[in-house]
Design a protein around this ligand. Structure first.
Ligand SMILES: [Zn+2]
Length: 241
């Protein structure tokens, strides 16, 4: 074995080239046990999708209001945005998405803020995830993980002033869904959600029972397969039927 052809680190083997595929790799024992690093992919749970479903029911109500040219120009001007080099308004990194400046949902309920240019700002993934549903200014000046303050971004007070001007420009835009759509329509919408969640609960209980049954059966099923493989091996080595 030519150890010079490979590097070994914590039980991992990296071949320098594919020249020696026939070699049996030498595995050095690291400090971690096999048990520690064994992480099977998580089983899918139907119940775990419940919060995503609640969120979808709120977000599905929120229309996407197309901005006029004037509104777009005003927003870009207030936020000092450059369409050729769009940057995150919170930290200045390249923008990867548009963030709802005020969250459209809180505690499973619509806040009344909408998807419109007055409530959308370009952001980077780090800021968007770190901000979550928090108030933008509290978050920017907080020590939350990955907040602009935590990351020590430059010109923080200038960025906050721009965002305050943007907030003042679009601040009044809140809609009470129940007043506009009527309580019957909203009740119907919420009933659909309740029915789906209830059905998801039933399906979850059923799938859990099936999973347990399958696990109980496995020793027998797997034993059979092992015997069959062994028989094939026996025949291969010693021949016969
Ligand atoms: Zn950012």
């Amino acid at each position: 074995m030519q150890l010079s052809q490979m590097s070994v680190f914590r039980g991992q083997i990296v071949h320098d080239s594919g020249k020696f595929p026939h070699m049996i790799p030498f595995v050095k024992r690291g400090k971690r046990s096999a048990r520690e690093v064994y992480q099977p992919p998580g089983g899918e749970s139907i119940g775990a999708r419940a919060s995503a479903m609640r969120s979808a029911f709120v977000r599905s109500l929120i229309p996407n209001v197309p901005p006029s040219e004037r509104e777009l120009a005003d927003a870009f001007s207030l936020l000092k945005l450059d369409a050729d080099d769009l940057r995150c308004v919170y930290c200045g990194d390249p923008s990867t998405e548009w963030d709802h400046f005020f969250p459209v949902m809180r505690k499973g309920r619509p806040t009344g803020y909408l998807t419109r240019i007055q409530n959308l700002v370009p952001a980077c993934g780090k800021c968007n995830q770190s901000k979550g549903n928090r108030d933008w200014k509290d978050w920017m000046t907080s020590a939350a993980p990955l907040s602009p303050t935590t990351r020590g971004v430059s010109k923080l007070s200038q960025r906050i002033r721009r965002l305050q001007a943007f907030e003042a420009w679009g601040a009044e835009a809140v809609v009470d869904f129940e007043t506009v759509l009527g309580s019957d329509a909203m009740k119907q919408h919420n009933d659909y959600l309740r029915q789906i969640l209830s059905l998801m609960n039933e399906a979850e209980a059923h799938s859990k029972a099936l999973r347990t049954a399958l696990l109980d059966e496995l020793p027998y099923v797997i034993q059979e397969k092992k015997l069959s493989l062994w028989t094939r091996f026996w025949r291969l080595v010693f021949g016969g039927r």
